[in-house]
Ligand binder design. Structure first.
Ligand code: ADP
Length: 278
């Protein structure tokens, strides 16, 4: 089973599922793209315009979201449960397709014809690592993306080692993913996208379930990253420490977007949206 198929099993509304209305072909390379079609890190821009999304049961999860994130920016998304944070992240690599509006990654419209290419550019790490891990060994899970891209074996080995090292999981290559602790599984799930060296990393609640050491290691990792980061979290101290910009969502809308110190010092705003000062 491929990662893409794993995603489809866990999310009932994939872009490939026929709910998407775009028909443009994947003809125009992104700004900063290589001749072989791989988009470089210069393409780590996210543009979301007037995004609406409703689930098949009619739930309006996103209601007119506009968001632009520049290459290399680190942006936290906060807001109460049900605000639409996960749904928004799932649009970045085409797991969900907009009911209305557009999502562009490095200038490329996310749609059926571009979704494969987009998934090499946007590394999305789900809240639940079991949505991401399905191979018999940690090595196989982390190697899956580069292998799928057709990378040579020796390079894949280096990618896997580097990805595991960056999440503090070197030495776990031969282990069975589903027998690891939750914190370890979360770190391996992260390595499965880091091995692709994506220009954009989108994490859904990355610190949930991590012990203090794992959390500290993650914060260090986030600090070192050159990629564009879009991270949904309830961990307000993490937001204060690692993200210069914060977006507040509630009820399917962005209700505030600005420098983190300004957002986190706005008591009435935080209170109105069920958030705590770090
Ligand atoms: P958050 O990540 O901020 O907690 P979500 O994006 O998970 O919010 O959810 C946004 C809204 O969409 C909520 O009202 C939630 O109940 C609804 N929702 C999420 N997943 C589904 C689904 N598969 N089917 C129907 N409604 C859903």
């Amino acid at each position: 089973m491929s990662h893409e198929h794993a995603h489809e099993h866990h999310h009932d509304h994939p872009l490939e599922g026929g709910h998407y209305h775009g028909h443009e072909h994947d003809a125009k390379p992104a700004a900063g793209s290589e001749p072989d079609g791989l988009v470089t890190t210069a393409a780590g821009t996210i543009e979301i315009e007037h995004l609406h999304f409703h689930y098949p049961d009619g739930t309006e999860a996103l209601i007119g979201v506009d968001l632009r994130v520049e290459h290399g920016e680190k942006v936290a998304i906060v807001g109460p449960n049900g605000a639409g944070k996960s749904t928004l992240l799932l649009h970045l690599n085409g797991i969900h397709g907009p009911s209305h509006g557009v999502v562009r990654i490095g200038g490329v419209l996310v749609e059926r014809g571009t979704v494969r290419r987009i998934r090499a550019v946007v590394g999305l790490v789900f809240q639940d690592p079991d949505d991401q891990l399905f191979s018999p060994t940690v090595f196989d899970d982390v190697a899956f993306g580069p292998l799928h891209m057709g990378m040579a074996r020796e390079r894949i080995h280096d990618r896997v080692e580097a990805a595991l090292a960056s999440v503090g999981m070197s030495g776990f290559e031969a282990r069975v993913p589903h027998r690891l602790s939750l914190g370890q599984r979360k770190r391996v799930a992260m390595a499965t996208v880091l091995s692709m060296e994506p220009a954009i990393l989108a994490f859904d609640e990355p610190t949930a379930g991590l012990d203090p050491r794992g959390r500290r290691g993650l914060i260090r990792l986030l600090d070192q990253m050159q990629q564009t980061l879009l991270v949904s979290t309830h961990d307000m101290p993490l937001v204060a420490e690692a993200f210069p910009r914060t977006v507040v969502m509630d009820d399917g809308r962005i209700v505030a977007d600005g420098p983190t110190d300004r957002i986190l010092s706005d008591g009435p705003l935080l209170e109105a949206h069920g958030l705590e000062r770090p």
